[in-house]
Structures are given as structure tokens and as C-alpha cells.
Write a protein that binds this ligand. Sequence first.
Ligand SMILES: *Cc1c(COP(=O)(O)O)cnc(C)c1O
Length: 501
Amino acid sequence: MLARRTVRSFLAVRNLKMADRQVHTELIPVNRTKYAAGENILRDHVEKIDPEVYNIMKNEKARQRRGLELIASENFTSKAVMDALGSAMCNKYSEGYPGARYYGGNEFIDQMELLCQKRALEVFGLDPTKWGVNVQSLSGAPANLAVYTAIVGTNGRIMGLDLPDGGHLSHGFYTPARKVSATSEFFQSLPYKVDPSTGLINYDKLEENALLFRPKVIVAGVSCYARHLDYNRFRKIADRAGAYLMADMAHISGLVAAGLIPSPFEYADVVTTTTHKSLRGPRGALIFFRKGVRSVNAKGVEIKYDLEDKINTAVFPGLQGGPHNHTISGIAVALKQCLSEDFVTYGQQILNNAKALAENLKNHGYTLATGGTDNHLLLVDLRPIGIEGARAEHILDLAHIACNKNTCPGDVSALRPGGIRLGTPALTSRGFKEADFERVGDFIHKGIEIAKKYNAAAGKTLKDFKTFTATNEEFKNDIALLAQEVESFSGKFEIPGNELF
Ligand SMILES: *Cc1c(COP(=O)(O)O)cnc(C)c1O
């Protein structure tokens, strides 16, 4: 009976003409092009094979060259790293880890991953019997998710610096209305805060809350905080609360690699970092974990760390499939560069430049959160002059100065940030020195003066403000003059990577 019906319906389908077929959605006919006889779809350069994409890339490169890049998390990676990113390493599937892969043909992939691991430990001065590293995580946020997945467990508890206070989304961010980050959806998170009057982390309050909340992990890491973290204090709090200490050094890892600011490794159990910020590599991440003895109990029995397996299996097969081997190759190249004297000089220049910019802006009368900087970034508090961070960001952007609006300590609304964050790693990679950063400070001041001049006339909402800046001729004239000045200044500096895109 069943078989007969199947045969009948098969015949019915076969008898249907193409035009009679019913589809539930109307599909747009696909327009196909044909490559010309002289073209080779697999071997021609992108310029020839896809001018549309090529032009966008070229324009982006020109934009990067023209502007002043002050976004603190950005950098310009090197030509050598870009070579690795555009290599045949991107073709290979290699699920698993060196020596234990799901596919064959991984001889060189294994060599690369082992080399990358070895360099990562070397750069941060780590003993391979005490530390291991996973180099497969795709970026910073996935790396942090992997750590929580490995050692916190579903609905387990984490504590991180609140996002408006300088923390990162991936440290458990939520608002009263919404669990914004999945790290607050899959785990229970409780933020700690900075003291609104000093802008410094309130360690006492963190300790008090950690002893009540009993998190499995305390995250010591920042995306907008201009001072060194007190890792020693974090360690003590973690020990009292029975928590792992995870340092997320995403922003500052280049400065740690150069040996210029305090390293978290002495105190942390786990350290994560992105590789594309001050470390100046490709977009990716590293997860370092301790191995060996964790503690000795009252009976004198050694308790061992079990992080290695947990973290590796959380990355793969827990959260990811095949590693991005071109990225791992690029990270290896960037790490080799970190081992040079030149990189230390670069790091020192990042710090000097941040200090020069901070001094310049203070001389122009600006207020800096925490009063200054010890690292690569500064947070300019614009509340005293009554300019919203979003407006400053927009005006500066129109003058080819790239930075981002940022909440300042004590901001009541995370939606109306009171300041802007400025960082020096990217322009330092273009060869900017202290005197150049004084010019940068002058340009920023000019931009904010323009914002002040038109602020009252430009409307109440940010939308009004943007409409005004797009239509008011007098304003457009002012900002175009500044943009021209900025462009002719920044155009004089070299830019790392490829020439055209
Ligand atoms: C940038 C950053 C991340 C996230 O990195 P992505 O690569 O953007 O996912 C995580 N933690 C901190 C502290 C960061 O600054």
C-alpha cells in the first residue's frame, strides 16, 4: 500500500513541467557573468577579478592613511603578518590539536601551531612546565567564553569590571533591561565598579561582594582604564573568595610583551588576550593556563591544576570547529616581532605618546579620568565642558580623527557617554613621536572647539545634531578646514602593511 503510493507520487513529480512547480517564495533570477577568455578565476589578482571589492578595500586603506587613528583597541599590523593571512594556510582543515587531528595532511599545520605556542610562552617569559597556551580561539570574546565554559559551568558565577566603568562586554555585561552579553545569559554575573570620584577600581567593595557572591572566576581586565591593575590585590581577593583569577589583558598585551607594564602572569590562573590590539598581530586570541601544582592542602597533598584539558576541549570541540591556520601563522609572526628590541622601543613610544597627548589635552584645559595615564589610552571627560561624547566622536570623525565615545566614571546613563577614549598604539605604528602627538592634541582641541561653537544651535538630540552637521554650510566650512589640515598632516606618515589595500 505504502510502496504503491510512493511510486504514484514519484510519477506525478516526474510529469510536472518546470513551469508548473510551486515555490513558496519568489526567487529572483540569478544574473551570472562569464569570465573572459584571458581571465583566470582562480589565479588572477582581486584587482582584475573583482574591481568592486578591490575598490572598497583600496578606499578603506586610503581612509586609514588619511586619518588619525586613535581608537585604543586598533592597530596597523605588519606586512609580514598580512603575508601570513593571505597564505595557503587558510585552506587546511585541522580540527584537533598538534599530533591529534581529525584529518590527515597536518604535518606543517602542527609545526605552525607548536611554533606559535612556543613563541607565545617565550614572549611572556613563561616556563612551559608551569604554563600552557591555546592559540585557536577566534577572537577575544570567544576566548573568554571558552574559559567560562571550561571552568565555570552553566549558570556558574563570574565577576568582572562593569562595562560603563571600563570593563568589557564579555565579562558578563547586562543592564537592568537586558542580558546584553551571552556571558550574562549562560552564567550569573555580578559587576564590580570604579569609585566615581577617583575613577579607580574599588577593590574593597569588590572584595566584600566577592565574599558574598562567591564567583568561580574573577576577571581582571579592562578596555577603558588608564591605570595599572593591582593583580596582587586581585589574587588575594580571589583566594579569599575561592575563585580562579582570570586576567584579560586584551588591550595591554603588547605593553606586557615589551616588559613595560606589570604582567598578570605572576598572579593569574588564566590569562586571555586578543592578538590584534597593542600586540599588533592579526585578529585572534590566546588563552594561557597554569599547569602543575595549584596548592598543597592541610595534609600536605599537592592539588594539581586541571585547566589544560578543560580549556582545550572547551575551545575545540566545545565551541569551535577547525582552527584558522592562517591566523595562527600571523600570530606566530607577530609574536616573533614581539621578541625584538624594536618592539620594546615601539611599546615605550606608545607610553611616551600617551603621556604627551595627556599633557597636551590637560594644557588645553581638559579633564582626564583618573587624572592621566599609565598605559596606552586616556579617557577625556567632556562633562565639565558640556559636550556629549557621541557629539565629540561625530565631529572628530568628520575631521578624519577616529576615536570613540565612552562612559566616564559616575555616568548615569550608559547610553549618553560623557567622554571620549583615545589610544596611541595605532599612530605609534605609523611612526608618531611625542611632538606629533602634541599636534594630534591640538587637532582634537580644534575639533571640540567647533563642537562647542555649534552645540547649542545644533539641536537637542544626537539625530538633530547629525542633521545639522550634514546641512549647515558654516559648520561644514569650519570642519572641512580642519579635515584638510588633519589630512595633510597624517598623509606624511608611513603606514604598515601593503601599499594599496
Ligand atoms: C577587545 C577586548 C575583548 C574582545 O575582543 P574581540 O576580539 O573584539 O572579541 C575582550 N576583552 C577585552 C578586555 C577587550 O578589550
